[in-house]
Design a protein around this ligand. Structure first.
Ligand code: ASP
Length: 441
């Protein structure tokens, strides 16, 4: 309950009895006399023996409950409320861009009473906070979910993809998806498979700092993403996030090749094994990769928006027991992605369980814990044994992209055999077929 956030034990008892809430002005009788001040919240893990008041002087004082003789509410505090500014009117004659809100930090506000960040802003409120968007495009904000991205999964990917398919039919020039950064890479991969050949650009965008903080990256990321959605000459699914720690540009990452690499920096996202798709600056697009599909080609668009979540991703570690593989199988996993060591290895003691899993009809794919390079099961004994058992080496595919691809393949092909056979095909740039000069491949 927010009214007494952080209070527990004896302190909570005393405050509840007095019908006090955070923000109320209290008068507290103590061993040393009467103390009055505003009740402020405590941290979730604080002890239950203190009440904290903000005094008129601005200082906070913690009062031990063992020295208190009574609490009286002198004045009820005002409940903080957020009234968003009005959504600005778009200029006419601009491209139409749909902004689909799903939640995450980019759509969050800090609750300054508790310190918690929770998704509370609609795509419309975000638009209102960044009125410049209306000079770039005719922005249509819509909210699909309002959740942190760690709670997003295959069912959400289907719903989001289906909404974007409709947006194409509705004639939007591009779609921007605002999303939490934690699983942004997974959703980008999901959309890349579900919306193959899409004729417009789809930009996934997040923020490491909520838009109500001065250091937020939300404004620049959204302005860049909306500009690209409105005007870029190419189509496809991309992640659009800060290029560097400063506000000098937006990096555009291909949807199947991107990973969050830092817990808090604004330039947390990196393309793995491939160059950036493009860079956006206030002056326009730069370094656009020549292999990006052009905008507007409708014939290649073959949406397939279902996902089957029955796939497990296992990171191998020294001493991993084979029973983890049987456990995944018992848990209903129809396919298994393993993140092995180096060229794609697990301990020899795990191979029997993998063999048994494959015999029972599951398929197993190997990816690597190394950031760069390809899986190769032909070099070492363990690799050869894995290949003989029927494990598929997924080249340089990212493990999380492989997981999403298997979920998509199981739902959109005939049975496990069909799904297995497309794991080694490059469908959406997930396997790089070219080597890029200067890259550590
Ligand atoms: N946990 C948050 C999320 O992914 C973090 C963020 O948005 O940056 O939704």
């Amino acid at each position: 309950m927010l009214e007494l956030a952080g209070y527990r034990g004896r302190a909570r008892e005393l405050l509840s009895r007095a019908k006090a809430s955070i923000g109320d002005v209290l008068e507290v009788k103590t061993d040393w006399g009467i103390v009055s001040g505003t009740l402020v919240p405590r941290y979730e893990h604080a002890d239950g023996n203190h009440i904290v008041l903000k005094l008129k002087s601005g200082y906070n004082v913690g009062l031990s409950t063992s020295k208190l003789h009574g609490v009286t509410v002198m004045r009820k505090g005002e409940k903080p409320a957020f009234s968003p500014p009005k959504v600005p009117k778009s200029r006419t004659g601009l491209s139409r861009v749909l902004i689909v809100g799903t939640g995450g930090t980019i759509a969050s506000r800090v609750d300054y009473r508790t310190g918690a960040v929770s998704p509370a802003m609609t795509a419309g409120e975000l638009h209102a906070l960044i009125p410049e968007l209306s000079d770039i495009a005719e922005v249509v904000p819509e909210i699909l979910f309002s959740i942190l991205s760690e709670n997003i999964g295959p069912a959400h990917w289907s719903k989001l993809s289906a909404r974007i398919v409709t947006a194409v039919k509705e004639g939007y020039s591009g779609v921007v998806v605002t999303h939490g950064t934690d699983t942004l890479g997974y959703t980008a991969a999901a959309l890349s498979f579900a919306l193959r050949g899409i004729p417009i650009p789809v930009l996934l965008v997040g923020a490491q700092r909520s838009p109500d903080r001065p250091s937020s990256d939300a404004t620049q990321n959204l302005i860049g993403a909306v500009s690209i959605a409105a005007n870029a000459p190419f189509s496809g699914v991309y992640v659009a996030m800060h290029l560097s720690e400063s506000d000098d540009g937006i990096a555009l990452h291909r949807g199947t090749r991107v990973r969050k690499n830092h817990t808090s920096r604004r330039d947390a996202f990196l393309s793995v094994g491939v160059p950036l798709a493009a860079v956006w600056r206030r002056t326009g697009l730069e370094d656009v990769s020549p292999d990006l599909p052009p905008r507007g080609v409708k014939e290649a668009f073959k949406p397939a928006v279902s996902f089957d979540g029955h796939v497990a991703l296992l990171k191998f570690y020294p001493s991993m027991p084979g029973s983890l593989i049987s456990a995944a199988s018992k848990n209903g996993a129809r396919a298994l992605i393993i993140e092995g060591t180096g060229l794609g290895h697990v301990s020899s003691q795990d191979i029997a369980a993998i063999r048994a899993y494959i015999r029972k009809g599951g398929f197993v794919c190997m990816t690597s814990q190394c950031i760069n390079g390809r899986v190769d099961l032909k070099v070492y004994d363990t690799g050869r044994d894995l290949a003989l058992a029927g494990v598929l080496p997924l080249e340089d595919m990212l493990a999380e992209t492989a997981l999403v691809k298997a979920m998509w393949a199981l739902a959109n092909t005939k049975g496990r055999v069909g799904a297995k056979s497309i794991m080694l095909e490059n469908l959406a740039g997930e396997i790089s077929t070219r080597r890029f000069p200067g890259r550590n491949q």
